[in-house]
Every structure is written in structure tokens, then in C-alpha cells.
Design a protein around this ligand. Sequence first.
Ligand code: SF4
Length: 290
Amino acid sequence: MIYYEEPVIRPPAEADSLILQATIGCSHNKCTFCITYKQKKFRVRPFEHIKHEIDWAAKEIPHVRKVFLGDGDALAIPTDDLVQILEYLYTTLPALKKVAVYASPGNFENKSVPELQRLKAAGLSLLYIGFESGDDDTLLRIKKGFTANEMATLMEKPNEAGLKISATVILGLGGPSDMQRRGENTAKLIDKVSPRFASALTLMLPLGKKPYQKHWDPNWRMLTPRESLQELRFLVNAVQGNKIIFRSNHASNYLPIEGTFQKGKAKMLDQIDAALNDQRALRPEFLRGL
Ligand code: SF4
């Protein structure tokens, strides 16, 4: 059997992946908007436990083609240990083609380019990295731990190692103030890093407004659906990176759009404008989720 310590989350694109918790929790666990792992103390699970679950999967679901290693940043695992997990996965699951993980920017402070190249050679296929924003004021208030430039510099390592990045940003973190600046600064970070994929989520409030009012100001409030679309528009309009595939297909978003900035930017902007003019097309509040 596979052991899951709840909550277990994964990116939308990993819906058909086998999830294995190689770590529990998040090694950073300080972002003010994120409650996902607040009840978990970060730890790397012993290899023997993970091996036992891979052996179970080999017997019960040997057709598995994709594995997602949780929790919040499995890239925090020391390189030798992560290589051991990857090698065991690929030798034990005959149909396996891809292994993805969440990573946080701090993971790259402790990993060299040759280490990341080893992980790629061992079959690590994709890194999902939460940038959250490219706006330094926002990053400071959410306690991300890095400025936009620091994140861009750290991302040179996985780029040099040839690892694919899927970057995530969150609409609405800054409330309604300076949406244009926040959207455009986030676009600048996306352009500097040039990830293979970039996705937008929209902020939700499982803990209510108080944590945000504490870190922003007493008048902080959620974006309205219309404001959320405006911030999305500032972002999409400002990104130049031609080949980046952009998606807003996460269930938290009011409007799912997808395209590359080379061929699909005008269409994505048209879709946003159409929704701004007629908001009946938006995902209703009761269908939004994290
Ligand atoms: S790095 Fe990611 S998982 Fe960890 S606290 Fe921040 S948002 Fe949450």
C-alpha cells in the first residue's frame, strides 16, 4: 500500500500521476499565504519506506507512466538520496517515463549545476516552482525568502542543467493596490527565467483575511473576479517570452486560458477581454477550489 500523510496536493497536470511522498511538508514553510503544510514538520522519508511503496506499485499498478514526488519541495532531498529514489523508480516501474517534483527557490542554494545534471540523467523530468510573484514588495510581505532577482539568479542553475521548469504565480496576493506593477514585475521574472511552462493561480482565503491584513494593511481585501482578470491581463500582456506555455487551468482561477506567447498571446488577451465584458463566462465561486 501507499502511505499518505494528508494533506496531499499536486499540480493539475499531475492528475494522472502516481503520487509518492518522498518528503513530508515543506522545508521553507514560511509563506504567509500558504497553510498547506503548516501542521507538518518537514522531514525526508526513509528510503526503505519509499522503496516499499514503489515495490507495491510495481505489483499492483505496473503500467504507471508518471510519478509525482511530494510534498512541498522534494528537491530538498540530498542529491545522492534523490538519485537513489529516481533510479529505483525507473528500474522497478517498467512503463515509467516521467518523474516530477515541487521545488522551492531555496533548494537551489544547496544544489550545484552538476548535481542537477545528475538528477536529470537519473530521470527527473520537471520541476514545479512557486515564484508566486516577481514583485519584490509582494515577495517580502509573503515571506517568500527571496527577491525576484535572487530567484532569477537561482533559476540559472536548473536552466543550465537542462531541467524543465513549470513556474507558478498567484493572482491577488497584493490585493487591489498596484495590480499593474505587480503583474508587470511578475512578467519580467517569467521572462528572465524563461521556464517551459508558467501557470497562474488565484488567491483563495482558507484562513480568512486576517493574515493578509496583518502583513499588508488593515484595509487589504480580495480582488473581485473582474480585478483578478485585470491583473491576469497585465501579466499576460507584459510577458515577451515566445515559447513559454502559459496556463490558468487551476481550479482557483475564474477564467481558464492556455497558449504560448508566440502564437497564442493575442487570443489569450481576447479571451480575457471578452470575459471582462461579459463575466457570465467566469467559473462560479462555488466551483473554485485549491
Ligand atoms: S514554499 Fe511553497 S509549500 Fe512552502 S510555504 Fe511557501 S508556498 Fe507553501
